[in-house]
Design a protein around this ligand. Structure first.
Ligand SMILES: [Ca+2]
Ligand SMILES: [Ca+2]
Ligand SMILES: [Ca+2]
Length: 287
């Protein structure tokens, strides 16, 4: 029984409350409360007992006076024991913005404290561009149902994340109380993957094949000066074995280019068939 029932009694009557609401009063069979004849949970008259209480009696208090209405209200406002189901407590500890930089594809450990005194609960995590609104995106995997504990971590696989900075928040519910949520104190920064670019010039016979470290984000590609002198608009970049192909659509500076990829940037990729045939024809290694 989730509600609390309080009885109040004086020498001249008794009164039953449910919560703060008085249900009834009566004054039959009034008498002295004796330790050897009084009973809790059933009717008793000498050696005769009957009508056991149906339910759980959790907290019994006996006073030597009748409680005031204010005292009844105070009891109902902070009911004892089983009368209340405590809401879960949730604190997201990490990311706190310190040492929380990863590269797309890395695992990141979200750290939190989660507890509930009377239920077993889990917490589902989301990422959000700011720390308000609870309008983020659910994180799948272990962080969708992280268990209770102190400084518990769950692993977030950041594969596929758009590079940027994000807050993380958790949502938990014990089935009785409203959702309990908490935002991380800081952001995780997810950086674009540093990629190894294998590139060649379409307009040549592609005998010059280069490998170098490049970075691609938001539709731009930056190469070092030595590598940049070898390619230009119209060339194609292939990023790692089996990875996406980027088509160079423009040059922003001597080392920075704009790129298009049908999957990543919504652009039109260089003819895939053309590239495969070209590579096969020249029997280039590593492509
Ligand atoms: Ca609870
Ligand atoms: Ca941190
Ligand atoms: Ca938000």
């Amino acid at each position: 029984m989730a509600s609390c029932h309080h009885g109040a009694r004086s020498k001249t009557d008794r009164e039953l409350y449910v919560g703060t609401v008085s249900q009834d009063t009566d004054n039959t069979n009034m008498g002295t409360l004796n330790y050897d004849t009084a009973s809790i949970g059933f009717l008793r008259a000498s050696t005769w007992t009957a009508d056991p209480f149906l339910g759980t009696i959790d907290d019994v208090r006996i006073y030597d006076r009748a409680l005031s209405t204010a005292e009844i209200s105070a009891l109902a406002a902070s009911p004892p024991g089983a009368c209340a189901n405590s809401a879960p407590t949730l604190t997201v500890n990490e990311p706190d913005g310190t040492s929380d930089s990863v590269t797309v594809g890395d695992d990141y450990s979200i750290d939190n404290d989660l507890a509930d005194t009377d239920n077993t609960v889990t917490v589902a995590f989301y990422y959000d561009t700011d720390s308000s609104g609870l309008d983020g995106t659910a994180i799948s995997g272990a962080c969708a149902t992280a268990a209770e504990g102190t400084s518990v971590t769950c692993t977030w696989d950041t594969t596929g994340m758009t590079p940027g900075s994000y807050y993380v928040y958790g949502v938990t519910n014990d089935g009785t109380n409203p959702d309990v949520t908490d935002y991380s104190p800081g952001q995780i920064t997810i950086n674009a993957a540093a990629i190894t670019a294998i590139y060649y010039s379409v307009g040549t016979d592609a005998t010059a094949l280069y490998s170098d470290t490049a970075s691609a984000s938001s539709g731009t590609l930056t190469l070092n000066s030595a590598a940049a002198s070898k390619i230009g608009v119209g060339d194609e970049i292939r990023v790692g074995a089996g990875a996406d192909r980027y088509y160079i659509t423009g040059r922003n500076s001597s080392t920075e280019f704009t790129i298009q990829n049908s999957a990543a940037n919504g652009g039109t990729p260089w003819g895939y068939e053309h590239c495969v045939c070209k590579h096969e024809h020249h029997d280039l290694p590593g492509i």
